[in-house]
Design a protein around this ligand. Structure first.
Ligand code: BDP
Length: 676
């Protein structure tokens, strides 16, 4: 166990309760005791009930034994979580816990087994502080029942995308040589890591379901069951991405029409078999009618028809369908300025509000485009009050430096979760996300898990924000620092904060300006290419010409996207005068001389931020170099090596973007710096 378990290990602990997750808790404490001393007792194991303990971990109303047959330990308890959005009944729910300290004993009480596991990890986070003085009873429970990672992993290595689509941390943790790994020890370690961050669900294959992966649903479900069995002791439910065309490609039917009886029967039977292999199976993730994936539009049906067909098949077993709202035309005519990809999700889904089954969740990307470094919050999140909506963020850094650049996304996610769409119920995004919070995973089989060791902070921050969306992300980052470097000196902690805190804004400064997005190399999306997507069918344009730049999304003269928001936001975004600077070019096409609210012209802002961003990357590299004596050499070296690439990349971005706008606009840098 890591050093962070030392305070738990060195003590006398009573674990009181029964069931497989209680066994996991016991195993964790026993392992820590074996490393660091101390003793762990299970209630009933010894008769000295009167002796005192330093730590008591107790499930108040221990559930049944989960007697669901051989090899399926614990599915009863996990299954009872329901996965239907409510974090459970009672004060603590199934996943919450209470902690207090009196008379020298720290007591963690949970009413469900998962709560005990989260309580243990809370004690680990508190460290020695968990065992000092007295502590009044406080309760903790997650804000949402579903805290999920979607792995975009292919079983077979895809010729273009590789094994993990948009993966920057090596190969898949789950799949190797065309099948599920035989040795799942690393998966077990991963489950433990995820439980420690509060994550309780994962989807184990890519949303773009290729032919090999389609079979995981049927003849290869046994491999998924092996993975599910490994994840289960840590309270994690397994989900699968499925292809909408499965009845055709797997079932030999001539149609996948969601209203066709044979198709519905095929799904019901397929789902029944999935549950006989994995009784606590979480459900499906579906990307339909999107970027070439099949979907209900082929049959003239709506996305509610498609989602509900799967919801009906899953409902008897307690499963959920996560239907993605990422539906847009990726073959649009770039000459047609009236088509706007940003509008697409709202146009498709807002009219369907109230039409989705209770166990269907609409999974919505946090922004209307595609995980850019800066986007407004998607108007879809405030537009479907009668639909269970989940927010999807991207922890894998596809558009934010691909885990070669440091880009801690905590502040961006936190901003999105705190956004107030002015919906009927006047709730924030985090409260509207009744279907849960989902992140595209950033982990692979890399020895440092995330390729760039500092990208681990994104995984941890996501899990903790999903548990408590209004938490201060900087406090979460401090937790991550303390857990990752339990013996960190203040100099190391300060250095880590210095390189991580502002890293998202630094990345934003040297890449696409003022919310306009993209400007990346087509295909792999790494590095600058200002016009890379400008004359292509993907719908991601900046419209720069000799006079100005930006996309007119106003209702008065543009695509009308701004009007998809509730009134206060629609009004704010509608006019260039009131639109926040950082989103100006997302909403408006303006002359280069347009003066921002900051007082600078747009073109001068571009020059300045690009010089600043590259300088900040250089400064971060310098700070990191100064920490060499405090960080384990291999860890330090990996980050140092990535900083070389980040600095090179930041300069490349600076030079290409600045040169492009100098040449387009003919307006020199007001500060006389060299631009090529
Ligand atoms: C985009 C990725 C693509 C994904 C797609 C999605 O470039 O690889 O398949 O998102 O979310 O960002 O489905």
């Amino acid at each position: 166990p890591p050093e962070t378990f030392r305070p738990v290990g060195g003590r006398r602990t009573l674990v009181d309760g029964t069931g497989p997750l209680v066994d996991t808790v016991h195993g964790e404490v026993a392992y820590a005791c074996a490393q660091f001393g101390g003793e762990v007792v299970v209630r009933g194991e010894k008769s000295d009930a009167s002796s005192s303990y330093d730590l008591v971990l107790r499930v108040a109303e221990a559930g049944g034994s989960g007697d669901t047959g051989p090899g399926l330990e614990g599915v009863g308890e996990l299954g009872s979580l329901g996965g239907l959005g409510s974090p459970g009944d009672g004060e603590l729910g199934a996943e919450g816990f209470a902690i207090e300290r009196t008379d020298g004993t720290t007591i963690v009480t949970a009413s469900g087994q998962p709560g005990l596991l989260y309580g243990l990890f809370h004690v680990v986070r508190l460290g020695e502080n968990a065992f000092r003085g007295t502590r009044a009873r406080e309760t903790h429970r997650p804000a949402t029942a579903l805290r999920m990672l979607d792995h975009w992993d292919n079983v077979a290595v895809h010729p273009v995308m590789g094994q993990v689509e948009r993966g920057y941390a090596g190969g898949s943790l789950f799949w190797q040589n065309g099948c599920a790994r035989q040795e799942l020890e690393r998966v077990r370690a991963y489950a433990r890591l995820l439980a420690a961050c509060g994550i309780n669900s994962i989807s184990v294959n890519n949303v773009n379901v290729h032919e090999t992966e389609a079979h995981l649903l049927t003849d290869r479900i046994g491999e998924v069951a092996d993975i599910a069995r490994t994840l289960r002791p840590y309270g994690i439910r397994t989900h699968l991405s499925v292809t909408f065309a499965a009845p055709i490609v797997l079932g030999g039917l001539s149609t996948a029409d969601p209203l066709d009886e044979a198709v519905r029967g095929w799904w019901a039977e397929a789902v029944r078999k999935v549950y006989s292999a994995i009784p606590d199976f979480g459900g499906f993730v579906v990307k339909a009618d999107s970027e070439g994936q099949p979907g209900p539009f082929t049959y003239g049906r709506s996305h509610a028809d498609g989602a509900n067909m799967l919801a009906v098949a899953l409902a008897p077993h307690g499963g959920t369908v996560h239907w993605r709202a990422f539906v847009y035309d990726h073959r649009q005519d770039w000459r047609d300025r009236s088509t706007d990809r940003a509008r697409a999700a709202y146009d498709h889904f807002a009219p369907l509000d109230g039409k989705f089954a209770d166990n269907a969740v609409l999974q919505v990307k946090h922004g209307p485009m595609d995980f850019q470094v800066r986007e407004p919050v998607s108007p879809v999140l405030g537009a479907l009050p009668r639909t269970r909506v989940a927010v999807e963020v991207q922890s894998t850094q596809e558009y934010t430096g691909q885990q070669r650049h440091v880009c801690w996304l905590g502040p961006m996610w936190s901003e999105a979760l705190r956004f107030h769409p002015e919906s009927e119920q006047r709730l924030r995004v985090a409260e509207l996300a009744r279907g849960g919070l989902v992140a595209v995973a950033n982990v692979g089989d890399d020895p440092f898990w995330t390729g760039h060791p500092l990208a681990q902070a994104n995984l941890y921050t996501f899990g903790r924000l999903a548990w408590q969306p209004d938490a201060d992300p900087h406090r979460i980052l401090d937790e991550w620092i303390a857990l990752t470097f339990p013996t960190a000196s203040e100099r190391l902690a300060a250095g880590l904060r210095a390189v991580l805190h502002g890293s998202w804004r630094t990345y934003e400064k040297y890449t696409a300006p003022l919310g306009v997005g993209f400007m990346v190399q087509p295909g792999h999306h790494y590095g600058p290419s200002v016009d890379g997507y400008e004359y292509s069918p993907w719908g991601t344009y900046h419209f720069a010409d000799r006079d100005g730049i930006g996309v007119d999304r106003s209702a008065a003269t543009g695509t009308g996207y701004a009007a998809q928001y509730a009134k206060p936001w629609a009004e704010l975004f509608e006019s260039a005068a009131s639109c926040p600077d950082e989103l100006l070019l997302f909403f408006h096409h303006v002359p280069y001389g347009h003066v921002l609210r900051s007082g600078k012209t747009v073109v001068q802002h571009i020059y300045d931020t690009h010089f600043e961003g590259a300088e900040e990357a250089e400064e971060a590299r310098r700070v990191w170099a100064g920490l060499a004596d405090l960080v384990e050499p291999a860890w330090h070296a990996r980050v140092a090596e990535r900083y070389e690439e980040q600095v090179r990349g930041a300069r490349e971005w600076r030079d290409q973007v600045n040169s492009y706008f100098l040449r387009k606009s003919g307006i020199p840098d007001g500060r006389g710096r060299t631009i090529y």
